[in-house]
Design a protein around this ligand. Structure first.
Ligand code: SF4
Length: 851
């Protein structure tokens, strides 16, 4: 089982499942089991709002169980393969093959080898044609599904566009087919009847002698093209108010809410701006309810409002002011990650900084006005500089600037201007991180026909930037050119690239979007083995050429894209399509721009005051808690986060530190090594309003994840020393059953101790040092469990030791604080690191006892 591997892998918390707000539906009685698969690490996948939306949407359907699957990291994959354990879902550990449907979320082309790897680890044939009706149906959606040809061989059906309505329709069709015991061909034919569903095997593609697509031929009558799905009203499906709170820190570790879908701006390089048209705003009154419930249900202290350009949201200013007034007192910070320069008024900057200064990013993309006109994103230099001045003036010390190189018509002066502009921004009083990526032409945009610059040209631009980089406050970062190159190949590639993916996967390519894991020589071999030249896919396309995605429609007319391209070459901008439509073709059949009605924020609830920075009246509560079962795999910081969020959900009035980044004033005992369980963890919590310790305990226990439990809580004086300094020793018990007899263990220990030295190599932050572990041992002996009793009796809520460790003999180790018990097991019993980590270790007390 996967659980047996948890002690042996890095960051086991990403494989635990059982996070707060996961669904606990019984898969045994489900009519349909759906595996929601994200082809990247847990920490990345859990940051995607779409994943949370789908998870809750699917689980809200009667008879459907949806569970998550992520790409396992290299160490986990190695162990799964060596022990022939199939990849399983997080929630109920269901092997992938036992699902009805596996649905991939495709966010990025460089996750395609991970898609194959997930199928492979699940024991499924990779090619769709090799999977019959007894195996799961494999579907995929997300932005990459709008041009999914490189994956056409592996995926049974793609969902183009928005899933809220179309996915339940697919599931209904699947269930009907399942009940009728149809063939796979019948299923695919039925699915292809749903608007937005693209079944690649129902098209054949041929190529001319140059390798260009010659024709795309439907194999089913009336199925010439597939149009993307879009919701007419994005509020028509309920927004989940119980998003899962991950244990392992997600890349975006906060409550994220979509406020607007689509964008009216028409930046010519931006695929999202074209494939999510038209612009639709969520109803702010509904949003307020969702925010309130979600904060209460998660305990997050940061809220992120998402949109392609959130500054364009018509009700943003009153919404931000209301949110800061409503939640500032609870120290909920606000972040607006997609602000266009010039859309953030000075008073909003002041509002946002009231709680915490979340990241501040400006994305001009191009530095010269000429090039900005080409890409249709005008960001006047004066506005960049004045926004920077406002932000630095309001206390931000660091700004991030985003630029692209390789844009159509770009010249040397455009590249040099990136640094000139960045220097000017830094001169407004702060540090600047300049992030430079390479322009990748994307399907369904006005630049879909453009040539992409190759590796040598990318390197030239980087050399130029490096040479010209001056200024102490500037830091330059660029996106790995080889990753951009591959993204360029796959984002406009055809079906033949499936052979390259197979070869690359076979050669061990995984996590290609992670610079340190991109195996460039393997990719070169894969292209060679498949007989394809990757540069072929970077070339400029004729406007009359059949593109690999010509049969897949966003609704934006092709001649609109072509006219936008011509306008780009003439340096002409196109106004945003609000209030005046630009006739791109999307708005028809009920799809149209929809703006929210004028928003008047409701009155603040009674008792809510604006942020106060006065020091509140405080008390301190000390609590003893258990960390058992799967919770042993939480690292210290993960456990702290889980604890803080539980306190917030429980409504405990926390006291916060002052300053740039206010944090709840909590102090824990020394970090417990990952993998060790404990009956004796302590925390001091400062509170700003009185609450009885018994109530504190009860409310907190109702919110803590299973395995962490407060067993005692009492009021503390502020004096009395810091918690981590109170203890000098820890006592651990290790059951011997299954790996050593008591006499044998005792003999081994005696021999080691009598030798006078117990040398052990410890690696810390990349440095090795040898320590004599005997100097850490206060007492070590083998005892029957019933003969062990702690110095201070265990609180009544602690489960009996026999229940936790099994009756039998245990190794009792009393050691100086800070020593990892696994080291001692390794040194005493000549165990490998792996063997030691597989032993169950329970910390029973810390000494001296707290009276
Ligand atoms: S049809 Fe008009 S309003 Fe609708 S997305 Fe296109 S340009 Fe904008």
């Amino acid at each position: 089982m996967i659980d047996d591997l948890l002690p042996l892998v890095s960051r086991p918390s990403r494989y635990i499942g059982k996070e707060v707000n996961t669904h606990r539906k019984d898969p045994a009685v489900a009519k349909l089991r759906f595996a929601l698969a994200f082809p990247d690490l847990y920490e990345i996948g859990m940051s995607y709002v779409g994943l949370h939306l789908l998870y809750h949407l699917l689980n809200s359907l009667e008879g459907v169980v949806c569970e998550r699957v992520f790409s396992p990291w290299f160490d986990m994959e190695e162990r799964l393969r060596s022990r022939e354990i199939p990849l399983m879902s997080l929630e109920s550990r269901i092997p992938l093959r036992e699902f009805d449907i596996i649905g991939f979320s495709l966010q990025y082309e460089l996750t395609y080898t991970n898609v194959l790897n997930i199928l492979d680890l699940g024991g499924l044939p990779l090619r769709a044609s090799e999977r019959d009706e007894d195996l799961p149906l494999v579907i995929a959606g997300g932005p990459c599904a709008m041009q999914p040809e490189p994956l056409a061989e592996f995926v049974d059906a793609f969902l183009l566009g928005e899933a809220e309505e179309a996915l339940p329709e697919m599931l209904r069709v699947y269930r009907e087919w399942k009940e009728a015991r149809g063939t796979k061909d019948e299923l695919l034919a039925a699915l292809s009847g749903i608007k937005g569903v693209y079944v690649p095997s129902l098209f054949s593609v041929d190529y001319d002698e140059e390798g260009k697509v010659k024709g795309i031929h439907p194999l089913k009558e009336g199925y010439e093209e597939v149009r993307r799905r879009a919701l007419q009203r994005i509020d028509s499906t309920p927004y989940p108010t119980h998003p899962i709170v991950p244990f392992a820190k997600a890349v975006h570790d906060r409550l994220s809410l979509e406020v607007v879908r689509g964008c009216s701006r028409g930046c010519r390089f931006c695929q999202a701006g074209f494939i999510y048209r038209p612009l639709r705003e969520r109803d702010p009154q509904v949003l307020l309810e969702v925010i309130d419930e979600s904060l209460r249900n998660t305990g997050y202290d940061e809220l992120s409002l998402l949109a392609l350009s959130v500054g364009d949201c018509t009700y943003l200013p009153p919404l931000v002011r209301y949110l800061m007034a409503r939640y500032g007192q609870e120290k909920v910070a606000l972040s607006l990650p997609s602000l266009r320069v010039g859309t953030l008024a000075e008073d909003l900057i002041e509002e946002i900084k009231k709680v915490r200064k979340t990241g501040f990013t400006l994305a001009p993309e191009a530095a010269t006005e000429r090039l900005q006109r080409v890409i249709n994103k005008i960001v006047p230099e004066e506005e960049v500089l004045s926004t920077a001045k406002k932000a630095f003036g309001a206390g931000w010390r660091l700004l991030k600037l985003y630029f692209m190189v390789g844009l159509p018509t770009e010249g040397e002066e455009d590249v040099k201007e990136i640094l000139l502009l960045s220097r000017k921004v830094a001169s407004r009083g702060g540090h600047v991180n300049v992030s430079v990526s390479t322009f990748v032409p994307k399907a369904h945009t006005p630049f879909q026909w453009e040539r992409m610059i190759d590796l040598e040209e990318i390197a030239e631009r980087h050399r130029l930037l490096k040479r010209e980089l001056r200024g102490r406050r500037l830091r330059l970062k660029w996106h790995d050119p080889k990753m951009s190159f591959l993204e360029g190949v796959f984002s406009r590639g055809d079906r033949r690239l499936g052979a390259v993916l197979l070869e690359a996967h076979r050669r061990g390519c995984r996590f290609d979007g992670w610079t340190e894991h991109l195996k460039w020589p393997k990719w070169q071999e894969a292209f060679e083995a498949a007989g394809l030249d990757p540069k072929f896919y970077l070339r400029e396309r004729d406007e009359g050429e059949i593109l690999p995605w010509s049969h897949l429609k966003t609704g934006v007319k092709e001649d609109y894209l072509a006219s936008e391209r011509q306008r780009a070459y003439r340096g002409e901008t196109t106004e945003e399509c609000r209030p005046s439509c630009r006739r791109c073709g999307v708005c028809r059949d009920g799809e149209e721009v929809s703006l929210a009605a004028p928003f008047t924020p409701p009155p603040l609830p009674r008792g809510v005051r604006e942020v106060v920075h006065r020091r509140p009246w405080v008390k301190k509560i000390r609590a003893r808690f258990l960390k058992l079962q799967q919770m042993r795999y939480l690292g210290h910081l993960e456990m702290v986060d889980a604890f803080i969020r539980a306190l917030r959900r429980a409504g405990v009035p926390l006291r916060y530190s002052e300053g740039f980044h206010p944090l709840p004033r909590l102090v824990f005992t020394n970090p417990l090594p990952v993998g060790v369980e404990s009956l004796a963890e302590f925390v001091d919590v400062e509170i700003s309003r009185y609450i009885r310790p018994a109530e504190f305990q009860e409310r907190l226990n109702a919110q803590l994840p299973e395995g962490i439990k407060v067993v005692e809580a009492w009021e503390m004086a502020f004096k009395g020393g810091s918690l981590p300094n109170l203890f000098r020793e820890d006592v651990f018990l290790v059951p011997l059953e299954g790996w050593s007899g008591p006499e044998e263990a005792e003999r081994t220990i005696r021999a080691k101790v009598e030798s006078g030295q117990l040398l052990f190599e410890i690696e810390k932050r990349g440095k090795q040092r040898t320590v004599d572990l005997l100097s850490f041992i206060e007492e070590i002996k083998v005892v029957p469990l019933e003969a062990f009793s702690p110095l201070v009796p265990l609180p009544p809520d602690v489960p009996p030791l026999g229940e936790l460790l099994g009756e039998g003999w245990v190794l009792k180790m009393r050691v100086k604080k800070g020593l990892k018990p696994f080291y001692l097991l390794q040194a005493l019993f000549d165990l490998s690191q792996e063997e030691a980590k597989l032993r169950r270790v329970l910390k029973v007390e810390s000494l001296p006892p707290l009276i």
